[in-house]
Design a protein around this ligand. Sequence first.
Ligand SMILES: [Zn+2]
Length: 280
Amino acid sequence: MMVERHWNQIAPGVFQRRYDPLDISVGAVLGGHGVTIIDTRNNEREAREIIDEAAAQFGLPIVAVINTHAHYDHTFGNQLFAQQGIPIYGHHRIPAHFEQFEKPRLELVRRSPELEPDMDWDGVQVTPPSHLLEQPCMLSLGGRDMRVIPLGAGHTDTDLAIHIPDAKTWFLGDIIEQSGPPMFGSGAHPMGWPGVLEFLLKHIQPGDVVVPGHGEPVDREFVIQQLHCFEQLAATLCAALQNGTAIKDIVFPAEVRALWPADFLLEAAKDAYAQLPGAQ
Ligand SMILES: [Zn+2]
């Protein structure tokens, strides 16, 4: 698949750039006097590329950063923006998530770099957002209005949706994925995920542009299709738990197996079994 590695204007004054490694979506939302960057990649060096390439493209100062969720590929570049005094907005649970998942994970991959030979963790200082959000709010950043909505537990318990009303555009982080299947593990809540998507679908209109955390922009119909898969997954896990089925014996419906490979479903089952009352 040919992926365009440049700032792609997906709506008036709203850009997506897809970066490797991990094909992560970085957003740029232009206002009259500044740019807001959405997500910061894996480390300071990668964040430097965002800053340099945004300056070259837009010629406006970066006035804010928003994290779609706590995972390292979306937040480990935060430190460079923080050093430059740029405010960073994110879900209020990100600091707790960092302590529970991202910091231990960083320790592990630093001790065993062979686990991820393509990645570079040199100098990473895990940096939470400076502005922690508990409630939905309308922010005016660089002269552009955007609605920022902290969500319930789904992909993580730190997910946050960003809606730019005048561009009919949404950034949803990894609540929706297009270039690969949605990921579990590192604090995922497969049983809560369908409810998060149902909530969002009350607000996402036909014709709106939805930017996933990884992959190309999608539409409302794509979100509905992915919701159907999540509903079947959650129902299967729920029944398995009620029946006392061992994780290795769970049989998933064909639609679920068509979206997720077996190792992803194993992760989802482990997450669900660890979180539900009566967990084994
Ligand atoms: Zn993620």
